[in-house]
Design a binder for this molecule. Structure first.
Ligand SMILES: Nc1nc2c(ncn2[C@@H]2O[C@H](COP(=O)(O)OP(=O)(O)OP(=O)(O)O)[C@@H](O)[C@H]2O)c(=O)[nH]1
Ligand SMILES: [Mg+2]
Length: 311
């Protein structure tokens, strides 16, 4: 398949095209994924999530720069970005590097949580597989940690960074929304605004009282807008990943994430197969008529639909 070959070559144009295909749930996208599967798995996937406006995009810009300086090939998947990237590390470099190859640049892709066929988490992970196969070595996912599907996206990574700010009761919001449960690393950004130590203390108290399983999660302070604390975030993520690799937790987590992902895909395929087959609508209608006529319960109706569909 020509497009798959181009994806493996790492071309940005081909990547953009292939990601659109998987985003729209099209069979061609699926075929590209099948064709590149033998090259997926090398990239490190990091999720950055948190309430709106805490500085995630600013931090992603800066963290990208840290990894790039080490020669990593970066990709960013931003889900529903309400604010654009500052353009500091990304655009600045892009302008400077017009003459260098694509492999030196950061591939950035935005994704909307609405209108993605078959679910945001599926689309984001499919896109990450394509980027991975294309040779991107670090993939950063930015999601606003509000909805369940956004949280699902970040959870399906090798390391989750939860970013909060001392403003606007982020700590309380994070505790309520289940964000803290998925954090491998917590960053309190906008430390310049004051109240960061207070929030850190509140989080530690929350961990001691309730979320004891999270008690050892590192909490870092940062000022992303001024680049402060950024190398420390990258170092803490690296340390988390290195410890996971050494203990086997890294691989175990990948396996568990894949189990969840394959389970969802299988359910999706069964549904497609069942309701996409010839005569499915008619069988469904007949079953409804039988229940209306008090001949069957809805369960008996469903069982008969399955039987008539050959299952
Ligand atoms: N005072 C202060 N402002 C910051 C800091 N980091 C980022 N900001 C500002 O906070 C605002 C929001 O930053 P973004 O990076 O867009 O935040 P975000 O979390 O990506 O926002 P959404 O994607 O809309 O959820 C911008 O105006 C940033 O310049 C910081 O350390 N201190
Ligand atoms: Mg943002």
């Amino acid at each position: 398949m020509a497009l798959a070959g181009e994806v493996l070559q790492g071309g940005f144009l081909a990547l953009g095209k292939a990601i659109s295909l998987v985003e729209n749930g099209l069979p061609e996208g699926r075929r590209v994924l099948d064709a590149v599967a033998h090259r997926v798995g090398g990239a490190l996937r990091i999720g950055i999530t948190g309430p709106p406006g805490v500085g995630k995009s600013t931090a992603v810009d800066e963290i990208s720069a840290v990894y790039r300086a080490r020669g990593e090939k970066l990709a960013v998947i931003a889900v529903d970005p309400t604010s654009p990237f500052t353009g500091g590390a990304l655009l600045g470099d892009r302008v400077r590097m017009v003459k260098t190859s694509e492999s030196d640049q950061v591939f950035v892709r935005s994704m909307a949580s609405r209108g993605v066929a078959g679910g945001l988490a599926r689309a984001a992970q499919d896109a990450a597989d394509l980027l991975d196969a294309a040779g991107r070595s670090v993939i950063l996912f930015e999601t606003v940690g509000v909805g369940q599907s956004e949280i699902e996206v970040s959870a399906a990574t090798d390391c989750v960074i939860v970013m909060l700010s001392p403003e606007s009761g982020d700590g309380v919001q994070a505790m309520k929304s289940g964000l803290l449960e998925i954090a491998d690393l917590i960053v309190i950004n906008k430390a310049d605004r004051g109240g960061a130590e207070r929030l850190e203390h509140d989080l530690r108290t929350a961990f001691e009282l309730g979320l004891r399983s999270r008690r050892d999660v590192p909490i870092l302070l940062a000022e992303a807008a001024r680049g402060k604390g950024i190398p420390e975030i990258a170092a803490a993520a690296d340390a988390f990943v290195a410890a996971g690799r050494a203990s086997g937790r890294f691989q175990e987590r990948r396996r568990r994430n894949l189990e969840a992902r394959i389970r969802r895909i299988a359910e999706h395929l069964v549904q497609q197969d069942l309701w996409g087959s010839n005569g499915a609508e008619g069988r469904l209608r007949a079953a409804a008529e039988r229940v209306l006529a008090r001949e069957q319960s809805p369960y008996q109706g469903a069982e008969q639909v399955l039987k008539e569909s050959g299952r």
